[in-house]
Design a protein around this ligand. Structure first.
Ligand SMILES: Cc1cc2nc3c(=O)[nH]c(=O)nc-3n(C[C@H](O)[C@H](O)[C@H](O)COP(=O)(O)OP(=O)(O)OC[C@H]3O[C@@H](n4cnc5c(N)ncnc54)[C@H](O)[C@@H]3O)c2cc1C
Length: 473
């Protein structure tokens, strides 16, 4: 058995890959691999290894299996649920140096990329070739495409275009033990065999490590129109959204934010929030220029009829950017303003959105925890943020947080919703899985995990709650 001490693991990896690839305990940079953008941790690994190819990823996974050392895949570390944190120590396997865009093919409408490429770069490269990669997590400036596939990331445009899973045609994956597998295909259609791609997408790095992705691209939509509507309260905003849906309007994005979320960015963005704006809806449409202008006017009027106090239509791409900046600034502003920001991302059926917003309002009023809610209204996907200024580990505070999160999840499930619309389960939500999924469903998922990773060395302790203890009477 190899020496399992952190120094010894790092030393063996250094011998295999070279010193510049291994970040070890004496290096200040190791702290970066102990956290993500969520509130779990820190969990320092024994070391982080910066892989540059599928062969290297496979070699790390072969060694980890041989030596029974836990290994945790990491993309850009922008996750919100502790998914890339090495909670049992061992090796962090980083794909940050796997940054090559191998192919952008206009004929086949595909991109072939390495997992460490930043999502915004995938979008830019597709657009430069006249194509469109729709998934747009708000973190697109700094998250990786491999992490997006591992978490099945969504974003504002999911309402019209779907989520990452809808754009991953094929994957190259390195498995525990060192085997490298190609699954899926390069064609949009294809029903040969079981859907292994669907299994790896959203598995949060617990089945294998993605080393290459073949992505579906679309033709670029010819025109885009962006509106920002301000409302006197969240109820009125929710009513306007319901009215738009009833009209059959299909925006590519339909975002909302409540008063608390707006208050955190009111004086920090180029968009001047009108006085009295206590909720906003950001609506983006795309399509042919002629039809789009008429639809845009109709959407603005419908929002005014439903009670909007201001409707701003972006007149240039710079104005469009400033409206989106106002929306994208919310999450970082909340994080900056509070000691802890606990961000949930529940999702309810679209029809239940107004009721869910009411229940969140009641929940917030019944606790002394400040909340801010914003998110992707078109998908019923809401980021409910608990904003905490005390020490969250203090038992009374921790207890209140736990109760509030549990109530939030219970209300969500009662309305037919799900615990996570896009961030995944990771570590933060694994102990709440039973609220949504039956013991049998959890048991089948455990078997699935065992098939890929019988010794539980790959991202152990994530997604599924720890095994129930068998009590000897
Ligand atoms: C301000 C902000 C806004 C955000 N907005 C959104 C949003 O709109 N929509 C959304 O979905 N998310 C959003 N997120 C969350 C986060 O950006 C996504 O979950 C993203 O997909 C994570 O990518 P990453 O590269 O940072 O992955 P990491 O955080 O490094 O890892 C996330 C998970 O993926 C696994 N993983 C990473 N790379 C691989 C790989 N190559 N192979 C196998 N497993 C791997 C890790 O083990 C971990 O379980 C936001 C985060 C922030 C901070």
């Amino acid at each position: 058995m190899a020496d399992p001490s952190p120094a010894s693991i790092a030393h063996r990896l250094e011998r295999e890959f070279g010193a510049d690839r291994v970040v070890h305990a004496s290096d200040d940079r190791l702290a970066n691999y102990a956290r993500d953008e969520g509130y779990e941790g820190p969990y320092p690994p024994a070391c982080a290894v910066l892989c540059e190819s599928a062969e290297e990823v496979a070699a790390v996974l072969a060694r980890a299996e041989r030596e029974r050392v836990p290994v945790t895949p990491r993309g850009a570390g922008s996750g919100m649920t502790g998914g890339c944190l090495p909670i049992h120590g061992g090796i962090v396997l980083s794909t940050e140096r796997m940054q090559s865009v191998r192919e952008i093919d206009e004929g086949d409408l595909v991109a072939v990329v390495e997992p460490g490429v930043i999502t915004g770069e995938v979008q830019r490269r597709a657009e430069a070739a006249g194509m469109f990669y729709p998934p747009d997590p708000a973190s697109l400036a700094f998250c990786s495409i491999g992490g997006n596939a591992a978490t099945n990331a969504g974003g504002p445009r999911a309402f019209k275009y779907g989520v990452t899973r809808d754009y991953v045609l094929g994957l190259e994956v390195a498995l525990v033990g060192g085997e490298v597998l190609r699954v899926g295909r390069r064609t949009t259609k294809g029903v040969t065999g079981y859907d292994l791609v669907g299994g790896f997408v959203g598995a949060e790095g617990t089945f294998g490590v993605i080393t290459e992705l073949t992505l579906r691209l679309l033709p670029n939509p010819p025109a885009v129109s962006t509106l920002l509507c301000a409302f006197p309260d969240m109820d009125t905003a929710a009513g306007a959204i319901t009215a738009l849906m009833g009209d059959g309007v299909r925006p590519r994005a339909l975002e909302i934010a409540d008063r608390s979320a707006i208050d955190h960015v009111r004086h920090r963005t180029r968009y001047a929030f009108p006085t009295g704006a206590m909720a906003i809806a950001l609506i983006e449409l795309d399509g042919d220029p002629e039809g789009l202008e008429a639809t845009s006017i109709r959407v603005g009027e419908r929002c005014e009829d439903a009670g909007a106090i201001d409707v701003r239509v972006a007149q240039s791409s710079s104005e469009r950017r400033s409206l989106w900046d106002a929306r994208r600034a919310i999450s970082p502003a909340l994080k900056e303003a509070h000691r802890h920001k606990i961000s949930e991302d529940i999702c309810v059926p679209r029809s239940a959105l107004p009721e869910m917003l009411r229940r969140i309002g009641q929940l917030a009023a019944g606790t002394d925890i400040e909340t801010a809610t914003f998110g992707h209204a078109g998908d019923g996907n809401l980021h409910v943020n608990l904003l905490i200024d005390q020490d969250r580990h203090e038992p009374r505070v921790a207890d209140r947080i736990h109760q509030t999160v549990t109530r939030l999840f219970e209300e969500t499930v009662a309305l037919g919703g799900t615990l996570s619309g896009e961030h995944g389960i990771g570590l933060a939500k694994r102990d709440f899985m039973h609220l949504e999924q039956s013991p049998r469903v959890l048991a089948w998922q455990r078997r699935w995990k065992q098939m890929w990773d019988p010794n539980e060395i790959l991202n152990p302790g994530k997604v599924l709650p720890p095994r129930p203890r068998v009590c000897a009477e």
